[in-house]
Every structure is written in structure tokens, then in C-alpha cells.
Write a protein that binds this ligand. Structure first.
Ligand code: NAD
Length: 242
């Protein structure tokens, strides 16, 4: 490692997952700030702004002194505004990358989604080798897939290292979508409808584990020359089965 202390900025840090990432960083004693279009907490430095405005992102990076960006921002799934998904997830992510490069930020962890490979049919025992479907499920998933491509294409270019994670259905304290949606269905008495024969599978991931995965991904983002032989062995070990 370089020896100097990492400073994190969590983009979307006022959100459900973003807040858990902030708390996980604070719990291990890290320096962390938040960039978001809305403020919900005031225990860490906060920068109000929209990721589709590169200048606002750049100013936050300069003021915060961030060396690692964890980018969790996105409009929620299920809104009828394809242009907003593209503006925030694709153009906004490009602006984050440009601002990172312009300010010498070395690391970017991006929250993608397991939905980027979902085409409406069952997917069992698949992994990241599965290509994106030719027809994206919806505008949200299309924009997340494109953003993921943009993030991975920026890896090891202009001094920036990047990684993208694909969580599935996140649940846990602070969730405002999954359980609220289920509760609404119950409240409206719609629970007597059943799709399928009760054997449907769905991936759920506890938010604390998703947050932890982001920290681990950030920790692993070191330039090849800074990796020890043991670290390279560790990275190679869980290689995907042939
Ligand atoms: P969330 O809505 O709780 O948090 C998103 C945050 O991003 C909010 O605080 C919001 O204000 C902020 N934001 C939105 N647009 C912005 C913009 N233009 N500039 C700056 N900030 C902006 O959502 P979440 O459930 O915490 O999801 C976090 C990430 O995880 C998203 O990228 C989402 O696509 C991804 N994801 C979520 C789930 C899930 O089940 N919740 C599943 C897979 C992937």
C-alpha cells in the first residue's frame, strides 16, 4: 500500500445502501464523506450535488480530499422516466469518472445490479460470465448495464482503478423499497394472488453484507505493482470454475 490514509466519498451516501457503507467505514475508523442530491444525516461531511454535473462532483472531490469513490447513486427502480435513468446512471457515471481522473482519485467502486443480466427468465447458477441480454428488461437495467460497461472500461486508464458489484434484492434496516412494497401489497389485500407454484426463487442480500462487499472491493483495488505475491495468490485462488 502507498502508506497514506484512504479517504472515502460515498456518492448516494444518503440512500439505503450508501448509508450502510458510510456506517461500515466509520465503524472501522475510516475517513468518509457523502455526496448526494439530498441530505439525511449530518455525522460526516456532506456535499450536496448531482452526479450528472461534473463540476459539482469535482468540487466535492477537491473539498473532501477523497482518494476512493464508492458510487451507489441511482434513481430507484420502477419509475417511468427512461431519460432520468440515462442522465444519472450513464451520463452521471461518466461525469464521476471524468471528475475522478481530473482530481487524481485512484479508486472507484460502482454499485451495479444483478438485474443487468436478467431477461425475465429464470437464471440459476449463473455468474458474471453471463452476457447482458440482447433486449434489456427495462430502462433502469439498461442504464445500469451501460454504466457498468463504462466503469469497467475506465479501469487502469488515466490512473484510475475501478470495479463494479452486482447486488441482488437488498434488504435490511433502512430499506424503503422492498419491505415497504411487500407491506403495501398486504395492506391493500392483494396477498391472495399467486404467480407460479410457490417454488419461485429470488436472490436477496442483506444490506450489511452488500456494504461489506463494497469495502472489500475498495481494499482490493491496488495497482498491480503494489500487490504482494500473497495478495495475487489470494486473488487468483477463487478463480471461476472452467
Ligand atoms: P436509494 O434510493 O436508497 O439510494 C440512492 C441514493 O442516490 C439516494 O440517496 C439518492 O438521493 C441518491 N441519488 C439519486 N440520484 C442522484 C444524483 N443524480 N446525484 C447524486 N445522488 C443521487 O437506493 P439503494 O436501494 O440504496 O440503492 C443503491 C444502489 O444499489 C443503486 O445504484 C441501485 O441501483 C443498486 N441496487 C439496489 C438494489 C436494491 O434492492 N435496493 C439491488 C441492486 C442494485
Amino acid at each position: 500500500m502507498s502508506g497514506s490514509r484512504e479517504s472515502y466519498i460515498v456518492i448516494g451516501g444518503s440512500g439505503f445502501l450508501g448509508r450502510h457503507i458510510v456506517e461500515a467505514l466509520l465503524a472501522r475508523g475510516d475517513v468518509v464523506s457523502v455526496f448526494d442530491i439530498m441530505q439525511r444525516y449530518d455525522d460526516v461531511p456532506f456535499y450536496m450535488g448531482d452526479i450528472s454535473d461534473e463540476t459539482q462532483v469535482s468540487e466535492a472531490l477537491q473539498k473532501s480530499g477523497a482518494t476512493c469513490i464508492i458510487h451507489t447513486a441511482s434513481p430507484p427502480h420502477g419509475i417511468e422516466d427512461p431519460a432520468l435513468y440515462w442522465k444519472v446512471n450513464v451520463d452521471g457515471t461518466k461525469a464521476v469518472i471524468a471528475a475522478a481522473v481530473a482530481n487524481g482519485v485512484k479508486k472507484l467502486v460502482y454499485t451495479s445490479s444483478a438485474g443487468v443480466v436478467f431477461n425475465g427468465e429464470d437464471l440459476i447458477d449463473v455468474d458474471e460470465r453471463l452476457p447482458f441480454p440482447t433486449k434489456p428488461l427495462d430502462a433502469y437495467n439498461e442504464s445500469k448495464a451501460t454504466a457498468e460497461d463504462v466503469v469497467l472500461a475506465a479501469n487502469d486508464v488515466d490512473g484510475l482503478l475501478t470495479v463494479a458489484l452486482r447486488p441482488a434484492g437488498i434488504f435490511g434496516p433502512g430499506d424503503r423499497q422492498a419491505v415497504e412494497g411487500i407491506a403495501k401489497v398486504l395492506k391493500e389485500g392483494k396477498a391472495h394472488f399467486q404467480i407460479g407454484d410457490n417454488t419461485n426463487l429470488f436472490d436477496w442480500t442483506y444490506v450489511g453484507n452488500v456494504a461489506y462487499a463494497h469495502l472489500l472491493a475498495a481494499d482490493k483495488l491496488v495497482p498491480p505493482t503494489e500487490k504482494s505475491d500473497a495478495e495475487i495468490d489470494e486473488l487468483l485462488e477463487p478463480a471461476l470454475p472452467a
